[in-house]
Design a protein around this ligand. Structure first.
Ligand code: ADE
Ligand code: ZN
Length: 326
């Protein structure tokens, strides 16, 4: 997809993007060659052709397998830089980027290489790309909470510049309550808290993320529309929801963009932003997602501006920094 120059778009933030999910097939092959890793595809086009997913677990299988090419600090730096270059073209002025530390530790990639590679580039993101950034450590809900707690303690001990934590991977069968101890530790440590909930799972997962994890923000959360009382609650509290409509269609959480609950969430007065999730896997960076949503719901210029403002309002930036962007 082609994208117009950033100046034609309102400035926006991106709050829901997985760094590992920004790995383009071309870069995957470049890193594979650099690291002597064999990918089970002959070329980048064949890999991209495999990006057709039956559901979230099917996507996670390929997403995880492709991480085999990420081995060194330089790899994580290159991955981070590539996302920032593309995000700047999309008009992104502030990005809150998640990464999956456990996915790399199980492959014996040192945490220092992961964090060092990412943060070395993020430190220069404002100067080099015109994008302020915050980093979120996301934990795998299909792994034991003890494992997540161990990694969180390591991040705290090394004083990793993370603003907060998230919870991702397969949702069905792994309710939020399993991670209450992790979120309590993060809260004590002064970290911000977001969690994937209500992506494939029920509205109860959104409620439990709020009540049991003290999540301040919800990633996806589209199942909330199944529970009108919960919709009223999150609208009244202006809980930010980072919605990824193209991802939801590509992972078949909703049948089509036209049937996506985004307009209902907005109409209910919820604080909703539009995000990409894993752009190359779903064929859409955040400007492409904006365009798709604008076309599907015939959004007016004012409605697009309101969504762009909500992307900053839902951020973990201090309020004076948010105000400066609006
Ligand atoms: N990790 C990367 N993308 C994800 C998604 N959409 N849901 C859960 N975990 C993820
Ligand atoms: Zn996500």
């Amino acid at each position: 997809m082609t994208s117009p120059a950033p100046s034609s778009r309102p400035p926006r933030a991106e709050l829901h993007v997985h760094l590992e999910g920004t790995l383009e097939p071309d870069l995957a092959f470049e890193l594979a060659a650099r690291n002597g890793v064999e990918l089970p595809y002959p070329d980048p086009e064949s890999l991209r052709a495999a990006y057709d997913f039956a559901d979230l677990p099917a996507f996670l299988d390929l997403y995880t397998a492709n991480m085999a090419v990420l081995r060194t600090e330089a790899d994580f730096a290159d991955l981070t830089r590539a996302y920032l270059v593309r995000a700047a073209r999309a008009g992104v002025r502030h990005a809150e980027i998640s990464f999956d530390p456990q996915a790399h530790l199980v492959r014996d990639v040192p945490l220092e290489a992961v964090v060092g590679g990412i943060t070395g580039v993020l430190e220069r993101a404002e100067a080099d790309h015109g994008i302020s950034t915050l980093l979120i450590a996301a934990f795998h809900r299909d792994k034991p909470v003890a494992d997540a707690l161990d990694v969180l303690e390591r991040l705290l001990a090394m004083d990793a510049p993370v603003v907060g934590i998230g919870l991702d991977n397969a949702e069905i069968g792994y309710p939020p309550g399993l991670f209450a101890d992790l979120y309590a530790r993060a809260e004590t440590a002064g970290l911000r808290r977001t969690a994937h909930a209500g992506e494939e799972g029920p509205a109860a997962n959104v409620r439990d993320a709020l009540d049991l994890l003290h999540a301040e923000r919800i990633d996806h959360g589209i199942a909330v529309v199944q529970d009108p009382a919960l919709v009223a609650r999150v609208a009244a509290g202006q809980v930010p929801f980072t919605v990824c409509p193209v991802s939801n269609v590509r992972l078949r959480a909703v049948p089509s963009l036209a049937e996506h609950p985004l307009p209902d969430m907005i109409a209910a007065g919820m604080l909703v932003s539009v995000n990409s999730d894993d752009p190359p896997y779903f064929g859409a960076y955040v400007d492409d997602v904006d365009d798709a949503v604008t076309a599907a719901f015939d959004l007016s210029r004012d409605q697009r501006a309101a969504l762009a403002a909500a992307s900053f309002e839902g951020s973990f930036l201090p309020r004076d920094r948010v105000a400066a962007y609006l």
